[in-house]
Write a protein that binds this ligand. Structure first.
Ligand code: SF4
Ligand code: SF4
Length: 238
């Protein structure tokens, strides 16, 4: 668990791969391959590259779901650790790679690796999620997604010039995203109280809220308070 791992994993900035002990890397790997979903996500790898051919992230980054599947299949502890520090954050979690003829789910393996990285407060997880606190807040507090018209420079100053580019060309972006969406700040869908309560309870009980604490304590505090207050208002006891 997080407490037993080297403090180096949590150092601000990515620790050098050699500075983290092999034992710590092995413990992280064990957390990945003992996850209850793991055996459904990996059956071995033909090295055919079909997952790479369909992977959108592989087109834009030095990233390959095949390399991930091979590293975990070969139990290459060093490489899996390196991938948890770098590669796994390039995946867009689209799951196109489930076309794998060996029935692997590389995106699912990456999801487990990300969860392990977050649960252990790895620096790479904190860095990857740094700019997303508002999005996490919106999704977890309201149960809806971030609407495209929320992407404005004043709301996301830490996103740099990209967010200005998006907001300047919002009409164009929205026309490019079929089907036409009504997901704007003023028109996003209503989430029923019952659904919201269920979501809050799921996030509490599954430990999803605890995961936020590992990467952003301030955000965790705000969300926990908000959810507990709302549950109390609705007469729900945890
Ligand atoms: S598609 Fe499946 S078998 Fe082929 S390289 Fe990817 S993970 Fe391996
Ligand atoms: S889930 Fe990740 S690895 Fe799989 S195709 Fe999508 S981006 Fe690529």
């Amino acid at each position: 668990m997080a407490e037993t791992l080297s403090a180096l994993l949590k150092a601000p900035g990515v620790a050098g791969f050699d500075e983290v002990s092999y034992d710590d890397k092995e413990r992280l790997f064990e957390q990945v391959n003992t996850d209850m979903r793991f055996e459904d996500y990996l059956y071995g790898c033909y090295e055919c590259g079909i997952c790479v051919a369909v992977c959108p992230s592989a087109r834009f980054y030095d990233f390959s779901p095949r390399r991930i599947a091979q590293a975990v299949a070969r139990e290459d502890v060093e490489l899996v650790y390196q991938q948890m520090e770098e590669d796994i954050w390039e995946c867009s979690q689209c799951f196109s790679c489930v076309r794998c003829p060996r029935a692997n789910n590389p995106g699912g393996i990456i999801l487990i690796m990300r969860e392990v990285a977050i649960n252990n407060g790895m620096a790479s997880a904190k860095q990857a999620l740094e700019g997303y606190s508002r999005i996490i807040y919106k999704i977890m507090s309201t149960g809806t997604q971030v609407s495209p018209d929320m992407l404005q420079p004043d709301a996301f100053p830490d996103w740099g010039p990209e967010v200005k580019d998006v907001s300047d060309n919002l009409d164009l972006w929205r026309r490019m995203l079929p089907p036409e969406t009504m997901h704007t700040t003023s028109m996003s869908w209503e989430v029923a109280d019952k659904t919201l309560v269920e979501l809050y309870l799921i996030w509490f009980e599954t430990g999803a809220l605890d995961m936020i604490k590992q990467v952003d304590e301030g955000l965790h505090m705000i969300l926990e308070e908000l959810m507990e207050e709302r549950l109390e208002e609705m007469g729900i006891e945890r």
